[in-house]
Design a protein around this ligand. Structure first.
Ligand SMILES: Cc1ncc(COP(=O)(O)O)c(C=O)c1O
Length: 372
């Protein structure tokens, strides 16, 4: 096997590709340009202008009263941080694909006792199973952690219903990984007992990768204050206390990414959360119809994602070759199935700034290459 570490000089000379991945996704030109500015210091007044703007604009966009942290990190940081900040010992994690499994693994590596509710890949998490697990647990759980949009299978889990039932368990925090859908799939955060919901900027926010966003309920913040979290970098206290005192971040942030964030968040506010979600729904409906006509859908019916469609390869096309040829001939990049599903399925990311028209260009290209 080729040595992956062997230096292959980055030439900067690559054809432009349109991204239909489940993130990173397409970024507007003016958002990319916003990054190319002379640097300034992270303790200058200008930084306070920038950081308070992006935090408050995010709160307005998400329509939440919760606190908001925008951190230089990928979303993975908030698996660790929310676990360390909120879980003393026991956590319940329904697993139904690669990312929810990883969320459970992360918590275990941090020394927590994790009970899983295991589903077959492609199945959605069922609220009644979560209730049963909570009911039958002798000691209860410090938190339920789950993935809203299972990117590996294209399943959108019913987090709102699960949050509602958690209203009966006020000692249990609700942590939602919405990394591959937040911003493209409306959720009323404050109405469903969500304590923390987080995303990475390279997904439905349609920004470059490198920042992670997390909301924090008052209860979650107080709990962390009380317990004095083991997390420093992603500690709610460290992040929010610094914000309250200085309107800045506790350590040096990726300033160019925050400049891009500011620009894109203005676009997102202009469109509005509900309309952005509606546009994502239209793209998802178009993609599902196309998938049903030519293949089939991988997720359990009724739980299909609004931002990533996972298509069951019922015709047995060569997925790797189709992905490669569409990339070479059309300069469009979509995803094969995740892990073991690489040939059994493929995935189209219809998130961020895409439209039904841009998605149709991809499905036309796939039809052409796969001879559909
Ligand atoms: C559901 C989900 N959780 C977590 C992650 C990890 O996100 P990141 O790579 O931004 O840390 C991903 C990435 O695709 C994801 O889709």
């Amino acid at each position: 096997m080729a040595d992956a570490r062997k230096k292959r000089e980055y030439t900067g000379d690559y054809p432009e590709k349109t991204l239909y991945l489940p993130g990173p996704t397409e970024v507007r030109e003016d958002v990319i340009e916003a990054m190319a500015q002379p640097m300034f210091g992270h303790r200058m007044d200008r930084m306070t202008d920038l950081y308070t703007t992006i935090v408050e604009d995010t709160r307005a966009f998400l329509d939440t009263d919760q606190r908001v942290i925008v951190l230089t990190a990928s979303g993975t940081e908030f698996w660790e941080a929310t676990t360390l900040n909120l879980v003393e010992d026991r956590m319940l994690v329904p697993t139904s694909g690669a990312f929810s499994t990883r969320q459970a693994n992360v918590a275990e590596r941090l020394g927590k006792t994790v009970d899983r509710i295991e589903y077959e890949w492609g199945q959605a998490v069922k609220p009644e199973d979560v209730r049963e697990a909570l009911e039958s647990s002798e000691d209860g759980y410090d938190a339920v952690g789950m993935v809203m949009n299972e990117t590996s299978t294209g399943v959108r889990n019913p987090v709102e219903e699960i949050g509602d039932l958690l209203g009966d368990y006020p000692e249990t925090y609700f942590v939602v990984d919405a990394i591959s859908c937040l911003g493209g799939d409306y959720i009323d955060i404050d109405a469903h007992n969500v304590d923390c919901i987080f995303t990475s900027t390279q997904k439905a926010f349609a920004m470059p990768p490198g920042l992670a966003v997390c909301t924090v309920s008052d209860a979650a913040y107080e709990r962390e204050l009380e317990k004095d979290s083991a997390s420093w970098y992603g500690g709610f206290q460290r992040c929010l206390d610094y914000y309250d005192r200085k309107g800045q971040t506790h350590s040096t942030p990726a300033i160019p990414l925050m400049l891009a964030y500011r620009k894109q968040m203005k676009h997102m506010l202009e469109e509005g959360h509900a309309d952005r979600s509606r546009r994502h729904r239209e793209m998802a409906e178009y993609t599902r119809e196309w998938a049903r006509e030519h293949f089939d859908l991988y997720p359990e019916a009724g739980y299909e994602s609004q931002s990533v469609t996972c298509i069951a390869n019922t015709r047995g096309i060569d997925v790797a070759e189709t992905v490669e040829t569409v990339s070479e001939e059309y300069d469009m990049v979509f995803s094969s199935g995740y892990g073991d599903l690489s040939e059994e399925s493929f995935r189209i990311g219809h998130m961020g700034e895409h439209t039904v028209e841009s998605i149709r260009r991809l499905t036309d290209a796939i039809e052409d290459v796969a001879g559909l």
